[in-house]
Design a protein around this ligand. Structure first.
Ligand SMILES: CC(C)(COP(=O)(O)OP(=O)(O)OC[C@H]1O[C@@H](n2cnc3c(N)ncnc32)[C@H](O)[C@@H]1OP(=O)(O)O)[C@@H](O)C(=O)NCCC(=O)NCCS
Length: 168
């Protein structure tokens, strides 16, 4: 399979902010939780596309635990980076904070892991391999290692689901 040249994590990592407006709130007057995976998936997809330079799709949204409520006037801060690339897939980690816009105090709201899959096909009709990602900092190296553990679990879960679908 065709392979594009490797790039450091910092080349595609980026931050994005969303202001919480009244129409984002639920009847309990806190952020409706569905907005978080919606925004995080969009940020993760942009991060993967910045890294790969090719179109991708989301295959998995993994591990979003909502750790604290988000209220009106909060700003959501999304920090995204490519944790690891396999062949035609990669994991993007998105760490999500609620930020007080006046004091800039941050609360960790959630962390999500998104598996993105290459949609570009090479001349052989197979998915183009993504460029490898080069972890440089200690944090990037830790995330690179942990991504392998998560991906083994995800692949086992997928295999089990596909098998169950065949027998359903
Ligand atoms: C995700 C999707 C493209 C996978 O298609 P497929 O032909 O079954 O893919 P393959 O089995 O060849 O897998 C392709 C890669 O994705 C990885 N992958 C796919 N599903 C995965 C999962 N659940 N967990 C981990 N990796 C997964 C495979 O391991 C493989 O990685 P590699 O090439 O790096 O080794 C397909 O299931 C799909 O289109 N799903 C819907 C996606 C969608 O609609 N998203 C919302 C719009 S963005």
């Amino acid at each position: 399979m065709e392979r594009l040249a490797g790039k450091p994590v910092s080349d595609s990592a980026f931050e994005h902010r969303e202001r919480v407006f009244p129409h984002h709130l639920n009847p309990g007057n806190i952020l409706y939780g569905g907005w978080i995976p919606f925004w995080a998936d969009s940020v993760a997809a942009l991060c993967a596309e910045r890294h790969c330079g090719i179109p991708i799709v989301t295959a998995v949204m993994d591990g979003i635990h909502l750790l604290c409520p988000v209220t009106k006037n909060d700003v959501l801060l999304f920090k995204a980076s490519v944790n690891r690339v396999w062949d035609s897939s990669c994991e993007v980690g998105v760490k999500i904070y609620a930020e007080n816009p006046y004091t800039r105090h941050l609360r960790h709201v959630a962390t999500g892991y998104f598996v993105m899959v290459s949609m570009a096909l090479g001349p052989d009709g197979k998915r183009i391999s993504m460029p490898k990602v080069i972890p440089e900092t200690e944090d990037e190296k830790r995330r690179f290692k942990q991504a392998a553990v998560r991906n083994r679990r995800r692949k086992a879960e997928r295999k089990k689901m596909l098998k169950e679908n065949q027998t359903a």
